[in-house]
Write a protein that binds this ligand. Structure first.
Ligand code: PPE
Length: 313
């Protein structure tokens, strides 16, 4: 992880070493915060943040679920993201806005707690390894069930809910795999510890749908890109054995981008390497995030100065 020079905290950039929170912070004790994960890509026209507004809108929905009032509006958060990127002079980075409750009070009751916004940025390479992006990864079904929708908000990125991901991922790594797959309470495929799931069968791309899974922004983008490529897409629930017998499986996520899965529960998937549909989608995704696909230029948000210059030109 490439650490930043500074972190944006409540309106200003603070040197990394000083960007700390009090030990009494409510969110540290109870997981009562919400966050986003966003990527900023290097493009010919400078850094571009991928689908920034959609991510901030999801952050606002997450906060609403957790009864939190973010102290900045959409424009204020967007500005904060650009201030954080500019202060660190990133060409490309990962962006993590975090809304957290501070130290004004402890005890689970969140009423009246102070709410803060921090925007962390850092250099984050391939989430599941460079080799994983090309050759595919090995995953296992977790012994842990995905948080059910009546126990945790599942469409919100709540810090505490990620204990579910942490325990599943830790187990998978300890057992020698690259990532965990979590099932829902009925045994259907939910999602990876930090990714949505797709599989290809008989030329059809299946976007796994599950009420306990996050509505991934990468997932939605991949469905659109498949449409561009003329790949038929079906959205629906899936079982483990449908995945075992699929021609291809891959994960999607902001951090993971499009990561092929070459082995699932010790079963070789397809040819045991990245499949052709996965590769086509990876290429299309790479073009889109770099602002090289005219059809999806609106997915790339450029720094405000560049936007102004463009409007005048
Ligand atoms: N499901 C989960 C549970 C999840 O955490 C993510 C993103 C997704 C699906 C994909 O959503 P989207 O990024 O909108 O396509 N996980 C973030 C955090 C990863 C981390 O280790 O931290 C991410 O990819 O940024």
């Amino acid at each position: 992880m490439g650490a930043p020079k500074s972190v944006w905290m409540d309106g200003k950039n603070v040197p990394f070493e000083k960007a700390t929170i009090p030990i009494f912070a409510h969110t540290l004790h109870y997981g009562s915060g919400v966050f986003e994960g966003i990527r900023c890509y290097k493009t010919r026209k400078g850094p571009a943040v991928f689908r920034l507004k959609e991510h901030i809108l999801r952050l606002q929905r997450s906060a609403r679920c957790m009864l939190m009032e973010i102290p900045y509006d959409l424009d204020g958060i967007v500005r904060g993201v650009w201030e954080a990127i500019a202060d660190n002079a990133w060409e490309a980075c990962y962006v993590r806005p975090l809304v957290y409750r501070g130290a004004k009070k402890l005890g689970v009751d969140p009423t009246g707690a102070d709410v803060h916004l921090a925007i962390c940025t850092w250099e984050w390479g391939a989430y599941l390894g460079e080799e994983g992006l090309e050759k595919g990864i090995r995953i296992m079904t977790s012994s842990w069930m995905k948080n059910p929708a009546n126990s945790m908000p599942t469409k919100a990125k709540v810090t505490g809910a990620y204990a579910n991901s942490v325990v599943a991922k830790g187990e998978a790594i300890a057992m020698g795999f690259d990532e965990a797959m979590l099932l829902d309470r009925r045994g259907f495929i939910a999602e990876g510890s930090g990714e949505n799931v797709f599989y290809v069968s008989g030329g059809v791309l299946h976007a796994v749908d599950n009420l306990s899974a996050l509505e991934g922004i990468t997932r939605e983008s991949v469905i659109v890109l498949a449409g561009d490529l003329g790949i038929p897409v079906q959205v629906g629930s899936a079982t483990k054995d449908q995945l075992y017998n699929a021609d291809e499986i891959f994960f999607t996520g902001t951090a993971a981008e499009i990561t092929p899965i070459r082995e699932y529960d010790l079963r070789k998937i397809g040819e045991g390497r990245r499949g052709p549909v996965t590769e086509r989608l990876q290429k299309a995704f790479t073009k889109a995030v770099r602002g090289e696909d005219e059809r999806h230029i609106d997915w790339c948000e450029y720094a405000p100065a560049v936007r102004t210059a463009k409007a005048k030109g």
